[in-house]
Write a protein that binds this ligand. Structure first.
Ligand SMILES: C[S@@+](CC[C@H](N)C(=O)[O-])C[C@H]1O[C@@H](n2cnc3c(N)ncnc32)[C@H](O)[C@@H]1O
Length: 274
């Protein structure tokens, strides 16, 4: 887990840039680095434990900075990654080139059909799925991934469930260092609009390097799910069965039933074989 720290005071010399934080892939990559090995280990273990389609073909919709693309390629998988952000794809291409590795990278919206499979494993972690703000887009995504999997293949989908009774804002805060750069990230979530199924989210990033400070801020809305709402959506994709639910501890031996007692869930969906 990222190191927890107290939120800092905004530095006096800093000004805040309103920016899509995916326009700065390097900062994103540094911030989300700490869990990468645990995620990769989990994905491999899930493939071994749950998939009925033995193979090494992997799809990552919305692959971002490519931290998991690179990790899976290094572990011997044939990876296809997609993303909407040109900056993220460019960063992923560059890191693969630097490492002498290859993957198939495609610019596409994850609400549309993924590049042609079949795949043995698909994964989409850290709530990325919640960017799909409508039922139609979420359904189209799940159906597209299901269609692209080989029979018996699995989809590992990690996201935060929403508690509709919550009446206060929530703050997650951590910092990471790399190459003399200190990156601090705060993610603030406000109470959801239960009717519209949307929750406001703000990420604030502070980067300190060579005595200079840069602050950026991004606002967006996530689609919300409680466990029943996710189950209802899943019922509309009969090709998928829910095999097991884990959490963001990425412990393959800690498995539970999907319910609202858990805030972060990692569901393992398997494509039925008939
Ligand atoms: C939280 S990052 C996750 C990146 C990566 N999967 C990881 O775990 O590091 C979310 C990514 O989703 C991408 N994204 C958001 N909406 C998208 C959409 N509709 N289709 C494709 N990519 C999208 C963003 O550009 C960003 O790179």
């Amino acid at each position: 887990m990222p190191k927890k720290a107290q939120p800092p005071e905004a530095p006096v010399d800093a000004h805040i840039e309103a920016l899509d934080w995916y326009e700065t892939p390097h900062y994103y990559d540094i911030i989300f680095d700490p869990d990468t090995d645990a995620e990769l280990n989990f994905l491999e273990a899930a493939l071994e434990r749950y998939s009925l389609s033995p193979g090494k073909r992997v799809l990552e919709p919305a692959c971002g900075s490519g931290r998991l693309v690179q990790g899976m390629v290094e572990r011997g998988y044939a990876v296809t990654g997609t993303d909407l952000s040109k900056a993220m794809l460019k960063y992923t291409r560059a890191r693969l080139k630097d490492a002498g590795l290859k993957a198939r990278l495609v610019a596409s919206d994850m609400s549309e059909a993924p590049p042609k499979g079949p795949y043995d494993l698909a994964h989409c972690l850290v709530s990325t799925f919640k960017y799909l703000q409508t039922e139609k887009a979420a359904l189209s995504h799940l159906q597209g991934v299901c269609d692209a999997l080989a029979p018996g293949g699995i989809y590992c989908l990690g996201f935060h469930l929403t508690d509709y009774d919550i009446d206060h804002e929530d703050l997650e805060h951590w910092e990471q260092d790399r190459d003399g750069m200190k990156v601090t990230c705060s993610i603030r979530t406000w109470p959801p609009n239960a009717k519209r199924r949307l929750e406001p989210v703000r990420s604030s990033i502070t980067v300190e390097e060579n005595g200079r400070t840069r602050r950026t801020q991004t606002d967006w809305k996530f689609r919300t799910y409680n466990s029943d709402q996710f189950r209802k959506l899943l019922k509309k994709v009969p090709g998928f069965e829910l095999v097991c639910t884990h959490d963001f501890e990425y412990d393959i031996d800690e498995c539970f039933d999907l319910n609202d007692n858990q805030y972060d869930v990692l569901v393992v969906l398997r494509k039925r074989q008939t």
